[in-house]
Ligand binder design. Structure first.
Ligand code: FMN
Length: 182
């Protein structure tokens, strides 16, 4: 299967649960990718907060180019995602090292990572440097139905990871809190 255009409102399905993400950037010459677990939504209109800083090589590209793609790894990508977060693009080409395939995005120059559940093309709208926070706005969402099965990987903070398990549908109790299209 391949990526399909998906209504922006559905971005919440991929970031509300606080999953492990892979964030691609383009610095004007080279693509890079890093692992980020500290991402959360901040509104219903594609707003996201990401906690990162200048200790990562990707940071300069994020701040200067003001864009990135937040990719949600497929279930079989956990080990690769952790390895991506253990080396720096300043020292290697992670795409070659980990055999990662990219596809062109439409609204940003950073690439989509192939084989993921979803890719969120984002603009960096604000840099809260003192707090190590970047505010992002999702401009386009693409998803791969064959990979997006509602189960996301989560970092537990100690080098262990959890894949989503049981879920319950309580939509009837919070109808008025759900945005249209979700
Ligand atoms: C599981 C995992 C989660 C991570 N989450 C974050 C995060 O939320 N924020 C952050 O700044 N770095 C995080 N990192 C660290 C970066 O991914 C790591 O420093 C990476 O090497 C940066 O790549 P770069 O130097 O090519 O930008 C995480 C690493 C791992 C392995």
């Amino acid at each position: 299967m391949s990526y399909r255009e998906t209504a922006l409102a559905k971005f919440l399905l991929f970031v509300e649960p606080g999953p492990l993400t892979l964030v691609t950037t383009f610095d004007g010459k080279k693509n890079n990718v890093m692992t980020i677990s500290w991402v959360m939504p901040m509104d219903f209109d594609g707003g996201l907060v990401m906690a990162t800083g200048p200790w990562n090589h990707s940071y300069e590209a994020l701040v200067k180019r003001k864009e990135c793609v937040v990719c949600i790894p497929a279930q079989d990508m956990l080990e690769t995602a952790v390895k991506i977060g253990d080396v720096s693009g300043a020292e290697c080409d992670k795409f070659a090292l980990f055999h990662l395939r990219t596809l062109p995005a439409k609204t940003v120059q950073a690439p989509l990572l192939a084989g993921c559940q979803a890719c969120l093309e984002c603009e960096v709208t604000d840099v809260l440097a003192r707090r190590g926070l970047l505010l992002l706005r999702v401009k386009r969402l693409v998803t791969d139905k064959s990979k997006a099965k509602g189960r996301l990987w989560h970092a537990r903070g100690d080098g262990t990871f959890t894949l989503d398990g049981a879920s319950r549908n309580l939509r009837r109790l919070m109808k008025d809190k759900l945005p249209p299209g979700v």
